[in-house]
Design a protein around this ligand. Sequence first.
Ligand SMILES: [Zn+2]
Ligand SMILES: [Zn+2]
Length: 135
Amino acid sequence: MTVGSEIEAMVLTERDQLRAQRFPRPRLGPDDGLLRVELAGICHTDVDILDGSFASPLPLIMGHEIVGRIEDVGPNAARAWAVQPGDRVAVEPMAGCGVCRYCVSGNNRFCGDAVGYGTSTSANASRTCSGPTHR
Ligand SMILES: [Zn+2]
Ligand SMILES: [Zn+2]
């Protein structure tokens, strides 16, 4: 949730401990986007993250199956994805480098540089989120 110049998220601070925290609203670069999360699916991976059987770095803002509206977007990301503020989008859970053989063939989940939103990096599941856009 956006609260003035801050965003609010539930953060997994340690196994089985979720706490509401506020963060400064991220400053966007030309390749970045800011998403207002509307829905976040919950699957068994989330249960595994909570109990520690899926190794994720902590603290973590969970949620890797998300839909939301573009709140703000840098010019390069807007052009690359043909999006503008207000557009509703679904987020690819695994963002790869975009240039390796896996990414080029559409198998970005196997990319050695892939980032898992909500599993290996805290770039989602708050009511707003930002992060590097997937190429
Ligand atoms: Zn899942
Ligand atoms: Zn890649």
